[in-house]
Design a binder for this molecule. Structure first.
Ligand SMILES: O=C1O[C@H](COP(=O)(O)O)[C@@H](O)[C@H](O)[C@H]1O
Length: 258
């Protein structure tokens, strides 16, 4: 493992994707336990994607998961693929199978985004507006909670959550949640938190593995703008932490990897 800091955030590089997932799971358990010790409850925003789901599987396998009081945890999603509830592409379904179905969460505190066959029908704008209301309700009047940890994946073209490069979502400065259409990565219709909501988090963790992500990781650390490269716009009020495997870190300048 190596660590370093850059204006884009702190960087931790693990030897491979499996170590990254296991180490991030341990880090997440500790962060949630610390938040609950300090304030009685905790909140986490989950991500979809290969690394995000692998982290949840590692949490499930860890005996240390019993240190978390799962009944005092609010669970949110950073983005959702707008597909039917039983579609295997759905981030919520994957997260439930990987972890949430295996720990005693309070169902009332698991705040999933609506599915395409849910109460808003095939209307992602209505689903996004409803999720914004959920965030405001949990936040007791603010637009969104001050999440303890947001986990975010990223795409090789620079998207994070479902904020894709040079799209309206990347310009959104008011709403906390938006519908996203015509995504370059399938499925094409999604619901996503925006930068204003993401930036209310205390800690933003950008988690990714593989050589396909190396260019986007390096570009964010070179200072490319957030409209062109949305992952560059994800930051926390307390800490922005890049959790990478060696392959995802290969294009970072040497000085940022050691
Ligand atoms: O579609 C999505 O992909 C990204 C990244 O996924 P990965 O498998 O390439 O790591 C993820 O962050 C996002 O939540 C998800 O909806």
């Amino acid at each position: 493992m190596s660590t370093s800091a850059s204006p884009a955030g702190d960087v931790v590089v693990h030897s491979d994707a499996d170590v990254l997932a296991a180490a991030t799971a341990a880090r997440l358990i500790t962060a949630l336990t610390d938040a609950q010790a300090a304030r009685g409850s905790a909140s986490v925003v989950l991500t979809g994607g290969g690394t995000g789901i692998a982290i949840l599987e590692q949490v499930r396998r860890s005996p240390a998961k019993d240190a978390v009081d799962w009944s005092r945890l609010d669970v949110f999603w950073g983005d959702e693929r707008f597909v039917p509830a039983d579609d295997s592409e759905r981030n919520e379904k994957q997260a439930r199978e990987a972890l949430l179905d295996h720990v005693p969460v309070d169902p009332a505190r698991v705040h999933a985004m609506a599915a395409a066959d849910g109460e808003f029908g095939d209307d992602p704008d209505a689903a996004a507006a409803a999720y914004a209301r959920v965030l405001a309700t949990v936040a007791s009047g603010a637009d969104a909670p001050t999440f303890d940890v947001i986990l975010l994946g990223l795409g090789g073209e620079g998207h994070t959550a479902s904020i894709f490069p040079d799209t309206p979502a990347a310009h959104e400065a008011e709403r906390s949640v938006v519908a996203v259409r015509d995504c370059p990565k399938p499925p094409p219709t999604r619901v996503s938190l925006t930068f204003p909501a993401i930036r209310r988090a205390t800690e933003v963790w950008l988690v990714t593995a593989g050589a396909a992500k190396a260019g986007a990781v390096a570009a964010a650390h070179r200072g490319v703008g957030e409209v062109e490269l949305p992952v560059a716009g994800a930051r926390g009020t307390g800490r922005t932490l890049w959790l990478l495997d060696t392959e995802a870190a290969t294009e970072l300048p040497w000085s940022q990897r050691v």
